[in-house]
Design a protein around this ligand. Structure first.
Ligand code: ARG
Length: 461
């Protein structure tokens, strides 16, 4: 078998069915640049241990650079006979150097320690890409919040009108999870930045190679302490898939809100034509497909995570071929987020809010009843009574089909002697919102501080 990495002990080559099953070049080719960087670093370690002369090291590294260039511009691609990216690249290297030099490179390493390292390098790079896309989204949310600093909408619990809140507060509530996702990516990268290279197949190398040289050249932290762990563990991959799934969930919760806000019944937002789609039959339709795809893809991201966890569960140490199944799901999570985030951010940045519509609905559904109760508490009424009185006022209004601010002074008094006309100061949505001055509350002053802190946090990443 031309180009195979093994064969000495085999009387025949692999059956076509096995070759087809085993093949991974269609998805691991994306690791080729990382594989070549790993090979250059490994050549350094081989030379330091005396297995390559200075000239050989120079030629090897030059050949690997040439191979990288050929891969980059498509002059070198995986052949039908290549099992995986590692075997293809060894074939490509030997094409350039001849077997006398190229055939030395594999000493002291295995595809097992290679692949465990390469997937980290790939994910660390994409963690940066995803983080940059997330900061763009957080900035778009912040801009919308600042552009609508005064707007008030009905805050909801159980999807029912609960209490009026500033739109900026609601938007901020979608931005903080993104900050935490950015923190997760940063924390993850710290853990991921350790090098399995040098672990060999599982037991380490007998050649006296220094894995620190490889780790350093790859820009990773220290080599892992245990070669079995280094080649067998994939918690770093699963954790990355979790962070992707959590990002998907955070986007999906925002998406769901946008979809609801965008309905005729709510009418809180209009999506920009460039970020919505039409219907093939209904000419009037303008659909929030980006938000729907965000919602849909979050399911896929969760599936990528759970599939991977199922693969890892009870897998004996050390390397098993099952571990090849880690790559497609996590690569897919990366691809989906890198596709989704720019579209999602564009949708958010260009959404137009109908402040009047939101303000009109904000006091409806007796959403100021808590304000009445808390106003009574401030007048010295105990909360249990205050809650009762406010509830009676709600019932009084509901029976008459009016809102809380509509009863006359005399009517207020008939509900309770404690309901003096002074209660009207909290019966506006502005009064309600601005009375919530406690830490983390929706009062304008608190929200302005919150947005300033949010901007500081975004700038950290
Ligand atoms: N393609 C494998 C993977 O993705 C790496 C190669 C290890 N193969 C092996 N037979 N030991 O995990």
């Amino acid at each position: 078998e031309a180009g195979a990495l093994w064969g000495g002990r085999f009387a025949s080559g692999p059956s076509p069915a096995l070759a087809a099953l085993s093949k991974s070049t269609h998805f691991d080719w994306i690791l080729a640049p990382y594989d070549i960087r790993g090979s250059k670093a490994h050549a350094t370690a081989l030379a330091a241990a005396g297995y390559l002369s200075d000239d050989e090291l120079h030629d090897m590294r030059a050949a690997l650079d040439e191979l990288a260039a050929r891969v980059a511009d498509g002059r070198f691609v995986a052949a039908e006979s290549d099992e995986d990216v590692h075997s293809a690249l060894e074939r490509g290297l030997i094409d350039i150097t001849g077997v006398q030099l190229g055939g030395k490179l594999r000493a002291g390493r295995s595809r097992n320690d290679q692949i465990a390292t390469l997937v980290r390098l790939y994910l660390i790079d994409h963690a940066r890409v995803i983080a940059a896309l997330l900061t763009d989204l957080a900035e778009a949310i912040l801009e919308q919040a600042s552009a609508h600093a005064e707007a008030i909408l009905p805050g909801r619990t159980h999807l029912q009108h609960a209490q009026p809140v500033l739109l900026a507060h609601q938007l901020g509530a979608h931005a903080w999870p993104i900050i935490r996702d950015l923190e997760r990516l940063r924390d993850w990268a710290q853990r991921a930045s350790a090098s399995p290279y040098g672990g060999g197949a599982l037991a380490g190398s007998s050649l006296g190679l220094d894995p620190r040289l490889v780790a350093e050249e790859l820009g990773l932290g220290a080599p892992l302490e245990n070669s079995i762990d280094g080649t067998a563990a994939r918690d770093v991959v699963a954790e990355f898939a979790f962070v992707c799934a959590q990002i998907g969930i955070d986007l999906s919760r925002f998406a769901e809100e946008i979809i609801i806000w965008n309905t005729k019944e709510f009418g809180f937002v209009q999506l920009h034509d460039g970020f919505s789609t039409g219907s093939s039959i209904m000419p009037q339709k303008k659909n929030p497909d980006i938000a729907e795809l965000a919602r849909g893809k979050s399911g896929r991201l969760i599936g990528n995570l759970t599939g991977l966890l199922a693969t890892l569960k009870a897998l004996p140490l050390a390397y098993n071929r099952d571990l090849q199944e880690d790559k497609e799901p996590v690569f897919d999570s990366v691809d989906q987020l890198e596709l989704l985030l720019p579209a999602f951010t564009g949708m958010v940045a260009t959404m137009r809010f109908d402040e009047r519509r939101m303000a009109e609905l904000a006091p409806q559904g007796f959403s100021l009843a808590t304000d009445v109760a808390e106003w009574l508490v401030k007048q010295g009424v105990i909360f249990r009574d205050a809650h009762e009185i406010s509830g009676e006022l709600v019932r009084y209004c509901e029976e008459r089909g009016i809102e809380l601010d509509e009863p006359s002074d005399a009517e207020l008094r008939t509900v309770s002697e404690h309901l003096t006309p002074g209660v009207r100061e909290v019966l506006t949505i502005e009064g309600s919102v601005n009375s919530r001055l406690g830490a983390g509350g929706t009062a304008r002053a608190r929200v302005d501080e919150q947005l300033a802190r949010l901007a500081e946090r975004v700038a950290e990443f």
